[in-house]
Design a protein around this ligand. Sequence first.
Ligand code: PLP
Length: 431
Amino acid sequence: MSEGAAPEHPRIEAGARIAGMDPEELVRAHGSPLFVYDLDVVTARVSALRAALPERAELAFAVKSNPNPALLAHLAGLGVGADIASGGELDAVTRAGFDLRSVVFTGPGKTDAELARAARSGLRAITVESLEELDVLIELAPVAAPRQGILLRLAIEGAGIGAEAHPIIGGPGAGKFGLVPDEVDAAVDRLLLAGAIGGPGSPYELLGLHAFGASNVLDATRIVENVRSLAARAEAFATRHGLHLRTVDAGGGLGIPYADDEAPLDLDLLRDGLARETATWADRTGLSETRLLFEPGRFLAGPAGAYLMRVVRTKERSGRTIAVTDGGIHHLLRPALIGRAQRTLIVGAGAGRPADGVTDIVGPLCTGLDVLATEVPMPAPRTGDLLAVVDAGAYGFTESMPLFLSHPIPAEVAVRGGRVVAARPRVAPRS
Ligand SMILES: Cc1ncc(COP(=O)(O)O)c(C=O)c1O
């Protein structure tokens, strides 16, 4: 492994144990299906990413990728900031102990009430996604925390650089994100005209720009290219308006491999590229003091999670095994949403059998969409086997639809040092 590579971690050790624990024991104690988050993996990934970032860069965890309280508290303890997108996520980061001055609030549908609360809370920044939102913030100026930071989000044309077709930021709804160039300049004029920025006593401080349009990018050069293009736009913006920018926010999008034939993000390449790019900022208009913010979610939390589920029934169809499990897309929608399977293997007592065929792994829901993976070369699962879907720590449970078919809502456990340190118990769907 090269010095800066993403840490390989004990997602599944020798097939039998998970995060240093016996999966059968975990399921006995917490039920099946079950989400397991290995906090040691999160720590290792934060360290590896930090080691690849230039001095002027900072991290804010994208809470939408996984708002599990133990995971959030762990990240807060590591000194990572947070990127939130709703009042509920503001509650979550407050409870988890994040320093609110490290929290940025971005999202196209912030309500007036959410903006009012955010403006009073003393967050690091509120990101403006529309001129209407800006007008609400201008009205809130009298009650806002002193010098509340504002970022202007740039609309990204097309799918973004190296984007996975991710419904969170891509697709037909992409137009709701950010400001087009004329609106960016109009926003500055409106803020100045209202006396909301510009003087030492102004209520707001225009920190800089936010731009994010690509998800799950595995090519480090593309991430560097994104930052380079954002910096160029920020420099032009600063020059046009005579501003010194305190922050440019490059959003999230750092990818993880979901398949065996995908290579992890090359952190050495990322480090070299970002170092080269940010070294130029010292002499560029408006950028000399600028901090570079990343908002990774998937990269930090994805590989830390596994979704355990029990095989309930098996049958043979057209030369393959169909394994019907008690887990499915009601808890892990991503494979159906994106149309891409996640790696799934047998753990616990059934681990270690030789691969002897192909299997479709499906859930119990009464819809043909409830498919986690098809034609997986693996040992034919048997009824009672325990399976683990790996890389389920981001956009897993949080992006799903747990009420469909009224199965119990699975427990989530956080493991550290091979022990469960926090558990959200399994609950009945309507309790
Ligand atoms: C504004 C913003 N920041 C950060 C992220 C996190 O992205 P990722 O988990 O791919 O790093 C998202 C995800 O959609 C987002 O919308």
